[in-house]
Design a protein around this ligand. Sequence first.
Ligand code: 8X3
Length: 258
Amino acid sequence: MTAAGTPVAVVTGASSGIGAATARQLAAAGYHVVLTARRKDRVEALAAELTAAGHQATAYALDITDRPAVDAFAAALADRLPSVDVLVNNAGGALGADPVATGDPADWRQMFEVNVIGTLHTTQALLPALTASGDGTVVIVSSTAGHATYEGGAGYVAAKHGAHVLAETLRLEIVGTPVRVVEIAPGMVKTDEFATARFRGDAEKAANVYAGVAEPLTAEDIADTITWAVTRPSHVNIDLLVVRPRAQASNTKVHREL
Ligand code: 8X3
């Protein structure tokens, strides 16, 4: 149950990585966190852990590419919680690192579905509640891939540019309403799953992404940034934060100690 007055934060992709870390930090910051991801067992376990630690957390299995499911989720929230104050659109990911000449269109389509259409679904479904809260925040976790390209990245880069444009356009369109639109663009973040999923379980290729990089960012670093952005005073809109490890000067300029 949500105590009266406790703000509610929905986090997508909360089963691991940046999403799970963000759920933990927002819970610690006093939010009732609603954890969503496809993997029900993962979000339920994290919600149970947070609840046992004295926080407020609810788990909801959700595939954000499934619009009827997203609408049912929004309706369930409206029934069970007094408000929705924050939406963290974190779910997303990369698939493959092939050149344009040989990239699989199915990978491109899937990346667009999750990173752009999925974010569109949750944002559309929850925007009325975020507006009704009188002080809502939409966070879009894009990527440095949403701002510049690199060889082998075009499918992911195109999708993340889409997420960036969604954020920029939404901010223009809803100015004057009580909803902020925050984009966080992480660079190299070492998480359990991002690179492994990109390379379809190939652990060696995944490890090469971070080879020789002394300190890639962690999921906690980005969760910290998101939590900072959403806990600024209501009139402060952090439009865009690009966050990289010190060893990464651009998408293609990384210092490796090999
Ligand atoms: C992740 C950053 O460099 O793998 O969003 O595209 S990168």
